[in-house]
Design a protein around this ligand. Structure first.
Ligand code: ZN
Length: 489
């Protein structure tokens, strides 16, 4: 079997460990390895890349928290590679607009057809670093659109050439003069795979525009081999799923462009640091607030509220929020997304040191009820591991994205689920005054309030919330503190 039926489930795991797992092989027979990786959990972290080491990295995150309109997108913006970030932003915005039905220019956070109209749909775009060393940056975006045709999974790799200061699409890894030989070899390999239609291949590879569109996921393995991946239906019958062709280092090297050769070298022997020659702004300072001992607030005697902030940490919002909270000695709970924790562990550490609670909000914000138990465990375990690496302590709470939970999700984890009492819908209303008013008007003693610290408008609402609720006698406590002090003794 050369078909690649296991890849979609692997990709859903969010890590897209497929390059590390599969590109080592000399041929396209990766399903065995894929299965092994899927069952072994979060063992391989991409290609050993630590995004926290990328100076000035910004993970651009957007998401809703409503099951009626479930979307979550992310892509990395790396200083110096602006043209590449722009290409990713354009693709992400296009896919989001299509999902939301706002191609006509309606507000991006509107859910097009309105709430309740997109049951069964979900858009999730997550990222994976392929190479981030020397003067080479490679990123893969994985899009899962459950409303789209086929299995709705599409992957695309983006490349940046720091020496030429140029954004490159995957065909740029191959030398112009070798394009014909490369395409011929691709076709030959694909023709040998079950379910591939030779006529479709001629159509796809005969037209330059179609060729570029279909050659959108090309990456190197740590052994220097190249792997070309095709979305479902691109080169074969849809029932065949995703297809892949793997070239050994010996085969592919003579066909590589100068940039392709440098990318291959960095895949095999990473220099360890990425230098795209960006002069960039200095890093945002990380707040150094310290909790003043144990929280002794007794929520059976005073009015308590647990403010919760999901989807972060984000730059610069997390630091701004920590400063606001410190002014009022408020403690809150952050439900962090693993891929953002990995990019900014220093912010998560600062949150914990300031006395806040850090909870788990999955690795890349999928609707967990749509995943297998194995995938759910992967999403939560990988995130808990990242939080523990950052703070020294594993979380005990999790908030399911979109509040979507069922018996399967509960059974897959020992983390305690946390939903909410007050929904600010701040992801929809990017309006600080409205967010503040909603919290102030709706909060009752011992409520859990849902907000998102990826939006500057939500962070800007916090001083007004803290000021007003403090004046009304409220104490701001973590979710665990609220639960502990309210638990019957
Ligand atoms: Zn969320």
């Amino acid at each position: 079997m050369r078909k690649n039926l296991l890849l979609p489930s692997l990709i859903l795991l969010g890590s897209l460990a497929l390059t590390a797992a599969c590109a080592g092989g000399p041929s396209g027979t990766e399903s065995g390895q894929g299965g092994a990786t899927a069952s072994s959990g979060p063992a391989i972290d991409d290609q050993g890349i630590d995004p926290a080491k990328i100076n000035g990295l910004d993970i651009v995150t957007d998401s809703s928290e409503h099951g009626s309109c479930p979307y979550a997108t992310s892509y990395p913006a790396v200083p110096g590679a602006d043209a590449m970030a722009a290409a990713m932003r354009k693709d992400v915005q296009q896919r989001l607009a299509t999902f939301l039905g706002t191609n006509d220019g309606a507000q991006a956070t509107d859910c097009g057809g309105g709430s309740g109209s997109r049951s069964g749909q979900e858009l999730n775009i997550s990222h994976q670093f392929l190479i981030a060393s020397g003067d080479v940056l490679g990123v893969r975006l994985s899009t899962l659109d459950r409303g789209a045709a086929g299995d709705g999974l599409a992957t695309r790799t983006y490349w940046y050439d720091g020496a030429a200061k140029a954004y490159r699409t995957p065909p740029g890894l191959v030398a112009d003069g070798a394009r014909e030989s490369f395409i011929a070899a691709l076709k030959k390999d694909l023709e040998g795979q079950e379910g591939v239609d030779a006529g479709q291949l001629d159509e796809v590879f005969g037209d330059p525009a179609a060729q570029t569109a279909v050659l959108d996921d090309v990456a190197f393995g740590t052994d220097g081999g190249m792997r070309v991946s095709f979305d479902r239906g691109d080169v074969g019958v849809p029932a065949g799923g995703r297809y892949a062709v793997a070239f050994s280092k010996e085969t592919i090297t003579p066909w590589l462009s100068a940039f392709g050769k440098r990318a291959q070298q960095q895949a095999m022997h990473p220099s360890g640091t990425l230098d795209l020659g960006a002069t960039g702004a200095p890093e945002e300072p990380v707040p150094t607030h310290r909790a003043s001992g144990e929280d002794t607030t007794d929520c059976t005697k005073v009015k308590c509220v647990a403010l919760t902030f999901d989807d972060g940490p984000a730059v610069p919002e997390a630091a701004t929020l920590l400063n606001h909270l410190a002014q009022y000695k408020a403690r809150v709970t952050f439900f962090t997304v693993g891929q953002n924790v990995a990019a900014h562990p220093e912010l998560v550490r600062a949150e914990a040191k300031a006395g806040h609670e850090v909870g788990n909000h999955s690795w890349n914000h999928p609707d967990l009820t749509r995943l297998t138990p194995e995938q759910i465990r992967y999403q939560l375990n990988r995130t808990s591991e990242a939080i523990k690496n950052a703070t020294g302590e594993a979380p005990t709470l999790f908030r399911p994205p979109y509040g979507a939970m069922d018996a399967k999700v509960k059974a897959a984890t020992t983390l305690s689920p946390v939903l909410w009492d007050v929904d600010t819908e701040d992801w929809k209303y990017r309006d600080a005054a409205k967010v503040a008013q909603t919290v102030i008007a709706k909060t009752e003693p011992n409520d859990v309030v849902l907000m998102h610290d990826i939006h500057p408008t939500s962070v800007a609402a916090v001083p007004e919330i803290l000021r007003t609720l403090t004046a009304r006698g409220y104490h701001f406590v973590t979710v665990s503190h609220l639960r502990t002090t309210l638990a019957p003794r």
